[in-house]
Design a protein around this ligand. Structure first.
Ligand SMILES: [Zn+2]
Ligand SMILES: [Zn+2]
Length: 367
């Protein structure tokens, strides 16, 4: 039991570290203390002009490790718009979302990776990866449950058409979509998923459940057996449940990517951090794609030891405002981290090519 004085001291320290909701009139949740307060609503004129401007800035100033500062201004403006409580229901926001994903799909269809690796950020923790030899995707979902906040089924079909395989980290609807999975399976493209996903349903028999292991390298044939993806499905968790596979995927041309899903296991003894600490041991990981809100992102990064971090899961619009996790918070979480990182909006892409740009090497980059 804490002594009265110690308890008082700890309360004072906590209050200093984090302004309290209710005490600070601008604060809706302590989680949002370090990001500008959200509006309950805003005029369509402001929303429309903001989205148009931010979209143009993102086209003009592409994602980069050393990014132009106006990108951050654009991402913060997107945070402002996307943190209006009713934003998921607003047609202007829905149209912006759909156009960002459609734009990415057009780009995927028109991009051949001749060197290096292309990474597209989709929704929500969804990524599309293309190297000279293969293409694959993580956690593809159409959008939220809000009908207007989902891409057209034809757009999902085009993603499945372009990819050779899909990885699903865990069962939650912002990561796992039967609609997307069926489009891949229908094209004879493997869908890897955590054990038991959709069990008892017809689709379960068609999924591939990799063995959850910190060392087993599993070979997944793609392109009708012409190529092989090497996969480690680390046995992660979101809290104490559900199970969450942290997939490490190595391509035939030797690029390695780790996508974490909603990894947020315990930090104590015998917790997931015991194996997270060794993910990068004896392996060269090129790109880590973590959930932006994972607990202790610095510890995750050090364990995986990647050449580059590209976060996902910002502005998950199925959540209420306090858990939408804005881009601003991602910059705050990554501040001071000893790894290069890039914060990307929906639909943006990055061409990862260490040989072509030494600025992307860890040792040359300071944040
Ligand atoms: Zn989840
Ligand atoms: Zn999630």
């Amino acid at each position: 039991m804490k002594t009265g004085f110690l308890a008082l001291l700890m309360t004072a320290a906590a209050a200093w570290a984090q302004p309290e909701a209710g005490v600070q009139p601008y604060l809706s949740s302590p989680r949002r203390a370090l990001t500008a307060p959200e509006l309950r609503d805003a005029p369509d004129e402001w929303i429309e002009r903001s989205l148009a401007w931010a979209g143009d800035i993102l086209v003009r100033y592409a994602p980069a490790v050393i990014e132009h500062p106006v990108r951050r201004a654009a991402l913060i403006r997107l945070d402002d718009v996307l943190h209006i409580e009713s934003a998921p229901k607003k047609p202007l926001v829905q149209r912006f979302y759909r156009s960002r994903i459609e734009r990415a799909v057009r780009e995927i269809e028109n991009t051949r990776a001749e060197g290096g690796m292309w990474i597209w950020k989709l929704y929500n923790h969804g990524f599309f990866i293309r190297t000279p030899s293969v293409s694959f995707a993580f956690d593809i979902v159409p959008g939220t449950r809000e009908p207007g906040f989902a891409v057209d089924p034809a757009v999902l079909e085009r993603i499945a058409e372009q990819a050779d395989a899909m990885f699903i980290s865990h069962a939650h609807g912002d990561h796992a979509s039967q609609e997307a999975a069926r489009l891949f399976l229908g094209r004879n493209k493997p869908v890897l998923a955590p054990e038991g996903l959709w069990s008892g349903q017809e689709i379960a028999a068609r999924l591939t459940y990799p063995r959850r292991s910190t060392s087993a390298v599993q070979e997944i044939p793609v392109q009708d057996g012409r190529r092989v993806l090497k996969v480690v499905a680390f046995p992660g968790h979101q809290g104490s449940a559900p199970i969450n596979n942290v997939h490490l995927v190595t391509t035939p041309d030797n690029f390695t990517v780790v996508q974490t899903g909603d990894q947020s296991g315990t930090e104590g003894p015998d917790g997931d951090f015991d194996w997270i600490a060794h993910v990068g041991a004896g392996r060269r990981v090129d790109v880590l794609l973590p959930n932006c809100w994972t607990n202790n992102i610095g510890r995750v990064a050090r364990g995986v030891n990647p050449q580059l971090i590209i976060t996902g899961h910002e502005n998950e619009m199925g959540h209420s405002v306090d858990h939408r996790e804005d881009y601003t918070q991602t910059y705050n979480h990554l501040f001071g981290i000893r790894y290069p990182f890039i914060v990307m909006a929906w639909g943006e892409s990055y061409h990862y090519d260490v040989a072509a740009d030494p600025g992307r090497r860890r040792q040359d980059t300071v944040h």
